[in-house]
Design a binder for this molecule. Structure first.
Ligand code: PGA
Length: 251
């Protein structure tokens, strides 16, 4: 496989001091990276401090969400320009917690994607089915609706700087990781759907959902997996460092 991408999504965890400490440990760990890339997405409030720590290092800094307008009356939101001021180079979009807890629709997620496509920020566009959708045989149609809304909102030429993360909702934070067959099928479906719908070849696809040092190797060995999006296990330096070591050894 080519170099794996390991992304830590810190969600609403870690106070600024804790985030800064973890980032500093990771900067040190990543100084000698050869075969993998490591990205982290702290809370918005920690970004200025973490930004100062990761500046000039191999670690890339990301945001957990992004708004499509430059500025204006959008309480609680932050624009690409505001994030770029602090060295943010990627953003998560459509994470299942945004979709399910905060009710973000496919159309709204597509608008957020526009913020990335029109700026220097790389999008990690998250898709995935709930347990009910999987059990009801609606996995593929759910992925198609989520992806289709995004692809159809932009011209092919605009669809660059984009990464997809397949994160089955039932595997996020549950300790229940998707099996190789499920990951292969979903990634394969995302790739073929994308390539039928767009002239651009499919973006790299990450897997996310209960990834940890024990299951990482077998996930990264799957042919259509370009990396992983890690929640819980990215909050522990020891676990995340172990995962980086595994990715480095595999590539
Ligand atoms: P988890 O979260 O690794 O804690 O399951 C993954 C994610 O939400 O991106």
């Amino acid at each position: 496989m080519s170099a794996a991408l390991i992304v830590g999504n810190w969600k609403m965890n870690l106070l600024a001091e804790e985030a800064t400490l973890l980032a500093a440990q990771l900067v040190q760990r990543c100084a000698t990276l050869k075969n993998s890339s490591v990205w982290i997405a702290p809370t918005l409030l920690s970004i200025p401090q973490v930004s100062a720590v990761v500046k000039g290092s191999k670690l890339l800094l990301g945001a957990q969400n992004i708004h499509w307008e430059k500025q204006g009356a959008f309480t609680g939101e932050v624009s690409a320009q505001m994030l770029q001021e602090f060295g943010v180079s990627f953003a998560l979009i459509g994470h299942s917690e945004r979709r399910h807890v905060f009710g973000e629709s496919n159309e709204l997620c597509a608008k957020r994607l526009g913020a990335c496509l029109h700026s220097e920020i790389t999008a990690i566009f998250c898709v995935g089915e709930s347990l009910a959708q999987r059990e009801g045989g609606a996995t593929n149609s759910t992925l198609e609706a989520q992806l289709g809304a995004a692809i159809d909102s932009f011209a092919d030429a605009q669809l660059s700087k984009l990464i997809i993360a397949y994160e089955p909702v039932w595997a996020i934070g549950t300790g229940k990781v998707a099996g190789a067959l499920e990951i292969n099928q979903a990634h394969g479906h995302i790739k073929s759907f994308w390539e039928n719908r767009s002239k651009k070849s499919a973006p790299p696809i990450l897997y996310g959902g209960s990834v940890n040092p024990e299951n990482l190797k077998s996930i990264l060995e799957l042919p259509l997996v370009s990396g992983v999006l890690v929640g819980g296990a990215s909050l522990s330096f020891d676990k995340f460092a172990k995962m980086i070591e595994i990715a480095e050894a595999l590539a």
